[in-house]
Write a protein that binds this ligand. Structure first.
Ligand code: AMP
Length: 289
Protein backbone atom coordinates (compact mmCIF):
# COMPACT_ATOMS: atom_id res chain seq x y z
CA UNK A 1 0.00 0.00 0.00
CA UNK A 2 1.20 3.46 -0.88
CA UNK A 3 0.45 6.58 1.17
CA UNK A 4 -0.20 9.55 -1.10
CA UNK A 5 -0.27 13.10 0.24
CA UNK A 6 -0.16 15.21 -2.93
CA UNK A 7 -3.28 15.94 -4.94
CA UNK A 8 -1.50 15.85 -8.29
CA UNK A 9 0.17 12.53 -7.44
CA UNK A 10 -3.20 11.02 -6.52
CA UNK A 11 -4.76 12.19 -9.76
CA UNK A 12 -1.82 10.87 -11.78
CA UNK A 13 -2.14 7.45 -10.14
CA UNK A 14 -5.85 7.26 -10.90
CA UNK A 15 -5.32 8.32 -14.51
CA UNK A 16 -2.62 5.69 -14.90
CA UNK A 17 -4.98 3.02 -13.52
CA UNK A 18 -7.66 4.07 -16.02
CA UNK A 19 -5.09 4.18 -18.81
CA UNK A 20 -4.39 0.49 -18.07
CA UNK A 21 -8.12 -0.15 -18.52
CA UNK A 22 -8.63 -0.79 -14.82
CA UNK A 23 -11.07 0.80 -12.37
CA UNK A 24 -10.88 2.74 -9.10
CA UNK A 25 -13.11 2.55 -6.03
CA UNK A 26 -12.85 5.36 -3.46
CA UNK A 27 -13.76 5.14 0.23
CA UNK A 28 -13.88 8.63 1.77
CA UNK A 29 -13.17 8.59 5.52
CA UNK A 30 -12.04 10.69 8.46
CA UNK A 31 -9.91 7.86 9.86
CA UNK A 32 -9.87 6.18 13.30
CA UNK A 33 -10.76 3.02 11.44
CA UNK A 34 -13.16 0.49 12.92
CA UNK A 35 -14.93 -2.54 11.46
CA UNK A 36 -17.43 -0.26 9.67
CA UNK A 37 -14.64 1.36 7.66
CA UNK A 38 -13.13 -2.06 6.97
CA UNK A 39 -16.45 -3.30 5.56
CA UNK A 40 -16.44 -0.34 3.14
CA UNK A 41 -12.87 -1.17 2.10
CA UNK A 42 -13.85 -4.80 1.45
CA UNK A 43 -16.76 -3.67 -0.70
CA UNK A 44 -14.48 -1.32 -2.63
CA UNK A 45 -12.13 -4.19 -3.38
CA UNK A 46 -15.02 -6.20 -4.83
CA UNK A 47 -16.12 -3.32 -7.05
CA UNK A 48 -12.91 -2.19 -8.71
CA UNK A 49 -9.38 -3.30 -9.41
CA UNK A 50 -7.77 -0.52 -7.37
CA UNK A 51 -8.95 0.68 -3.95
CA UNK A 52 -8.26 4.22 -2.73
CA UNK A 53 -9.13 5.22 0.83
CA UNK A 54 -9.03 8.92 1.60
CA UNK A 55 -8.35 10.04 5.18
CA UNK A 56 -9.08 13.68 5.86
CA UNK A 57 -10.67 15.22 8.94
CA UNK A 58 -12.50 17.87 6.94
CA UNK A 59 -12.76 21.12 8.89
CA UNK A 60 -15.46 22.41 6.54
CA UNK A 61 -18.00 19.90 7.84
CA UNK A 62 -17.57 20.77 11.52
CA UNK A 63 -19.48 23.69 12.96
CA UNK A 64 -18.08 26.13 15.51
CA UNK A 65 -17.83 24.41 18.90
CA UNK A 66 -18.07 20.93 17.39
CA UNK A 67 -15.48 18.19 17.91
CA UNK A 68 -13.03 18.90 15.06
CA UNK A 69 -10.05 19.46 17.40
CA UNK A 70 -10.95 16.47 19.54
CA UNK A 71 -11.72 14.07 16.68
CA UNK A 72 -9.47 10.97 16.97
CA UNK A 73 -6.41 11.05 14.70
CA UNK A 74 -4.10 8.04 14.49
CA UNK A 75 -2.48 7.78 11.12
CA UNK A 76 0.00 5.03 12.02
CA UNK A 77 -2.54 2.44 13.16
CA UNK A 78 -4.94 3.50 10.38
CA UNK A 79 -2.19 2.94 7.84
CA UNK A 80 -1.58 -0.57 9.20
CA UNK A 81 -5.31 -1.37 9.23
CA UNK A 82 -5.82 -0.15 5.66
CA UNK A 83 -2.81 -2.10 4.46
CA UNK A 84 -4.07 -5.27 6.17
CA UNK A 85 -7.47 -4.69 4.51
CA UNK A 86 -5.82 -4.82 1.09
CA UNK A 87 -6.15 -1.11 0.26
CA UNK A 88 -3.87 -0.02 -2.58
CA UNK A 89 -3.60 3.72 -1.88
CA UNK A 90 -4.21 5.70 1.30
CA UNK A 91 -4.75 9.32 0.26
CA UNK A 92 -3.97 11.66 3.17
CA UNK A 93 -3.98 15.24 1.93
CA UNK A 94 -2.99 18.07 4.26
CA UNK A 95 -5.45 20.78 5.16
CA UNK A 96 -3.38 23.32 3.23
CA UNK A 97 -3.45 21.08 0.15
CA UNK A 98 -7.24 20.76 0.30
CA UNK A 99 -7.93 24.38 1.26
CA UNK A 100 -4.89 26.34 0.04
CA UNK A 101 -6.67 29.68 0.39
CA UNK A 102 -7.96 28.92 3.87
CA UNK A 103 -11.25 30.52 3.00
CA UNK A 104 -13.46 28.44 0.68
CA UNK A 105 -15.33 30.63 -1.80
CA UNK A 106 -16.82 28.14 -4.27
CA UNK A 107 -18.64 25.30 -2.58
CA UNK A 108 -21.45 22.80 -3.01
CA UNK A 109 -24.72 24.02 -1.48
CA UNK A 110 -27.15 21.20 -0.94
CA UNK A 111 -30.48 22.88 -0.23
CA UNK A 112 -33.48 21.31 1.47
CA UNK A 113 -31.98 17.83 1.95
CA UNK A 114 -29.32 19.43 4.16
CA UNK A 115 -31.90 21.29 6.24
CA UNK A 116 -33.75 18.32 7.78
CA UNK A 117 -32.70 15.68 10.35
CA UNK A 118 -29.06 16.44 11.36
CA UNK A 119 -29.15 19.62 9.28
CA UNK A 120 -31.39 21.32 11.83
CA UNK A 121 -28.66 21.36 14.47
CA UNK A 122 -25.72 21.24 12.03
CA UNK A 123 -26.73 23.80 9.38
CA UNK A 124 -23.38 23.88 7.55
CA UNK A 125 -22.44 20.21 7.94
CA UNK A 126 -23.75 18.71 4.71
CA UNK A 127 -22.51 21.56 2.54
CA UNK A 128 -19.08 20.80 4.01
CA UNK A 129 -19.48 17.08 3.34
CA UNK A 130 -20.75 17.60 -0.21
CA UNK A 131 -17.94 20.05 -0.96
CA UNK A 132 -15.17 17.76 0.23
CA UNK A 133 -16.69 14.72 -1.49
CA UNK A 134 -16.96 16.71 -4.74
CA UNK A 135 -13.29 17.67 -4.38
CA UNK A 136 -12.32 14.04 -3.73
CA UNK A 137 -14.30 12.95 -6.80
CA UNK A 138 -12.41 15.51 -8.90
CA UNK A 139 -9.05 14.47 -7.47
CA UNK A 140 -9.44 10.68 -7.46
CA UNK A 141 -11.86 10.40 -10.41
CA UNK A 142 -13.23 7.10 -9.05
CA UNK A 143 -15.53 4.75 -10.95
CA UNK A 144 -17.13 3.80 -7.65
CA UNK A 145 -17.42 5.52 -4.29
CA UNK A 146 -18.43 3.57 -1.20
CA UNK A 147 -20.40 4.99 1.76
CA UNK A 148 -21.97 3.55 4.91
CA UNK A 149 -25.73 3.43 5.57
CA UNK A 150 -24.89 4.50 9.13
CA UNK A 151 -24.88 8.06 7.76
CA UNK A 152 -28.20 7.72 5.95
CA UNK A 153 -28.74 11.41 5.28
CA UNK A 154 -25.23 11.68 3.87
CA UNK A 155 -25.91 8.76 1.52
CA UNK A 156 -29.11 10.36 0.22
CA UNK A 157 -27.39 13.72 -0.28
CA UNK A 158 -24.34 12.28 -2.05
CA UNK A 159 -26.53 10.20 -4.36
CA UNK A 160 -28.51 13.31 -5.21
CA UNK A 161 -25.40 15.46 -5.68
CA UNK A 162 -24.01 12.89 -8.10
CA UNK A 163 -27.23 13.04 -10.13
CA UNK A 164 -27.75 16.79 -9.96
CA UNK A 165 -24.13 17.60 -10.85
CA UNK A 166 -23.50 14.66 -13.22
CA UNK A 167 -20.50 13.17 -11.50
CA UNK A 168 -19.37 10.11 -13.52
CA UNK A 169 -19.24 7.87 -10.45
CA UNK A 170 -21.41 5.07 -9.13
CA UNK A 171 -22.32 4.99 -5.45
CA UNK A 172 -22.27 1.80 -3.37
CA UNK A 173 -23.74 1.66 0.13
CA UNK A 174 -22.71 -0.79 2.85
CA UNK A 175 -25.08 -1.78 5.70
CA UNK A 176 -24.32 -0.42 9.17
CA UNK A 177 -21.81 -2.50 11.13
CA UNK A 178 -22.81 -2.85 14.78
CA UNK A 179 -21.45 -4.04 18.09
CA UNK A 180 -23.12 -7.16 19.51
CA UNK A 181 -25.32 -4.81 21.60
CA UNK A 182 -26.58 -3.21 18.40
CA UNK A 183 -24.65 0.04 18.90
CA UNK A 184 -23.53 1.30 15.49
CA UNK A 185 -19.75 1.50 15.28
CA UNK A 186 -18.55 5.09 15.13
CA UNK A 187 -15.28 6.89 15.71
CA UNK A 188 -17.26 9.05 18.15
CA UNK A 189 -18.02 6.01 20.36
CA UNK A 190 -14.51 6.61 21.70
CA UNK A 191 -15.92 9.59 23.60
CA UNK A 192 -18.20 7.26 25.62
CA UNK A 193 -17.50 5.81 29.05
CA UNK A 194 -18.38 2.14 29.57
CA UNK A 195 -21.69 3.08 31.21
CA UNK A 196 -22.52 5.51 28.40
CA UNK A 197 -21.71 2.87 25.82
CA UNK A 198 -24.25 0.52 27.40
CA UNK A 199 -26.80 3.34 27.46
CA UNK A 200 -26.07 4.19 23.82
CA UNK A 201 -27.20 0.70 22.77
CA UNK A 202 -30.74 2.03 23.37
CA UNK A 203 -30.56 3.95 20.08
CA UNK A 204 -30.65 0.76 18.06
CA UNK A 205 -33.04 -0.95 20.49
CA UNK A 206 -35.39 1.98 19.96
CA UNK A 207 -35.09 1.83 16.16
CA UNK A 208 -35.65 -1.93 16.38
CA UNK A 209 -38.86 -1.34 18.34
CA UNK A 210 -40.04 0.94 15.52
CA UNK A 211 -39.02 -1.65 13.00
CA UNK A 212 -40.98 -4.33 14.90
CA UNK A 213 -44.13 -2.16 14.91
CA UNK A 214 -43.68 -1.62 11.19
CA UNK A 215 -43.22 -5.36 10.62
CA UNK A 216 -46.46 -5.87 12.57
CA UNK A 217 -48.28 -3.76 9.99
CA UNK A 218 -48.19 -0.27 11.56
CA UNK A 219 -48.17 2.33 8.78
CA UNK A 220 -48.69 5.62 10.63
CA UNK A 221 -45.39 7.54 10.78
CA UNK A 222 -46.23 9.24 14.07
CA UNK A 223 -46.97 5.93 15.80
CA UNK A 224 -43.68 4.47 14.58
CA UNK A 225 -41.79 7.55 15.77
CA UNK A 226 -43.51 7.33 19.16
CA UNK A 227 -42.50 3.66 19.48
CA UNK A 228 -38.87 4.73 19.05
CA UNK A 229 -39.23 7.62 21.48
CA UNK A 230 -40.73 5.36 24.17
CA UNK A 231 -37.67 3.08 24.26
CA UNK A 232 -35.32 6.06 24.32
CA UNK A 233 -37.25 7.62 27.19
CA UNK A 234 -37.04 4.36 29.15
CA UNK A 235 -33.26 4.46 28.73
CA UNK A 236 -33.17 8.09 29.89
CA UNK A 237 -32.23 9.43 26.47
CA UNK A 238 -33.76 12.66 25.15
CA UNK A 239 -33.24 12.51 21.41
CA UNK A 240 -32.35 15.53 19.34
CA UNK A 241 -34.77 14.08 16.78
CA UNK A 242 -36.58 10.92 15.82
CA UNK A 243 -37.94 11.19 12.29
CA UNK A 244 -39.35 9.07 9.53
CA UNK A 245 -38.70 10.49 6.03
CA UNK A 246 -38.55 9.31 2.45
CA UNK A 247 -35.23 7.48 2.09
CA UNK A 248 -34.36 8.91 -1.33
CA UNK A 249 -35.11 12.61 -1.00
CA UNK A 250 -35.62 12.99 2.76
CA UNK A 251 -39.05 14.52 2.14
CA UNK A 252 -42.01 14.06 4.49
CA UNK A 253 -43.42 10.54 4.73
CA UNK A 254 -47.09 10.22 3.76
CA UNK A 255 -49.61 9.16 6.41
CA UNK A 256 -50.27 6.28 6.08
CA UNK A 257 -47.03 5.18 4.45
CA UNK A 258 -47.31 4.46 0.73
CA UNK A 259 -45.15 1.89 -1.10
CA UNK A 260 -41.53 3.02 -1.01
CA UNK A 261 -38.44 3.17 1.19
CA UNK A 262 -38.29 5.25 4.37
CA UNK A 263 -35.51 6.26 6.68
CA UNK A 264 -36.30 5.95 10.38
CA UNK A 265 -33.51 8.01 11.91
CA UNK A 266 -32.41 9.16 15.34
CA UNK A 267 -29.80 11.51 16.79
CA UNK A 268 -29.06 11.84 20.48
CA UNK A 269 -26.37 13.06 22.80
CA UNK A 270 -25.00 10.43 25.14
CA UNK A 271 -22.39 11.95 27.43
CA UNK A 272 -20.22 14.13 25.20
CA UNK A 273 -20.89 12.15 22.02
CA UNK A 274 -23.53 13.08 19.48
CA UNK A 275 -24.65 9.73 18.06
CA UNK A 276 -26.81 8.95 15.03
CA UNK A 277 -28.37 5.78 13.72
CA UNK A 278 -31.10 4.71 11.30
CA UNK A 279 -32.95 1.78 9.80
CA UNK A 280 -34.71 1.55 6.45
CA UNK A 281 -38.38 0.56 6.32
CA UNK A 282 -39.67 -0.62 2.96
CA UNK A 283 -43.37 -0.73 2.09
CA UNK A 284 -43.68 -3.15 -0.83
CA UNK A 285 -45.70 -2.36 -3.93
CA UNK A 286 -48.99 -4.25 -3.81
CA UNK A 287 -48.58 -7.54 -5.68
CA UNK A 288 -50.12 -7.46 -9.15
CA UNK A 289 -52.00 -10.74 -8.77
P1 AMP B 1 -16.24 8.57 8.86
O1 AMP B 1 -14.79 8.21 8.90
O2 AMP B 1 -16.93 8.45 10.18
O3 AMP B 1 -16.50 9.87 8.14
O4 AMP B 1 -16.94 7.46 7.97
C1 AMP B 1 -16.44 7.11 6.71
C2 AMP B 1 -17.42 6.21 6.04
O5 AMP B 1 -17.63 5.05 6.85
C3 AMP B 1 -18.80 6.85 5.84
O6 AMP B 1 -19.31 6.48 4.56
C4 AMP B 1 -19.61 6.23 6.96
O7 AMP B 1 -20.99 6.15 6.67
C5 AMP B 1 -19.00 4.85 7.05
N1 AMP B 1 -19.27 4.26 8.36
C6 AMP B 1 -19.01 4.80 9.57
N2 AMP B 1 -19.45 3.99 10.55
C7 AMP B 1 -20.00 2.91 9.93
C8 AMP B 1 -20.64 1.71 10.39
N3 AMP B 1 -20.79 1.45 11.69
N4 AMP B 1 -21.08 0.84 9.46
C9 AMP B 1 -20.93 1.09 8.13
N5 AMP B 1 -20.34 2.19 7.65
C10 AMP B 1 -19.89 3.09 8.53
Amino acid sequence: MQVVTEIEAMRAISREVHHRGESVALVPTMGAFHAGHLALMRRARELATVTVVSLFVNPLQFGPGEDWARYPRRLESDRAAAEAAGVDYLFVPSESAMYPHGEVVARVVVGRMAEVLCGRSRPTHFNGVATVVAKLFHIVEPDWAVFGQKDGQQVAIIRRMVEDLNFPVRIAVVPTVREPTGLALSSRNEYLTEAERRKAAALYQALSAGQARFAGGERHPQVLVEAVRAVLAEAGIQPEYVELVQAWDLGAAPDPLAPGAYLLAVAAWVGTARLIDNVILTVPEPSAS
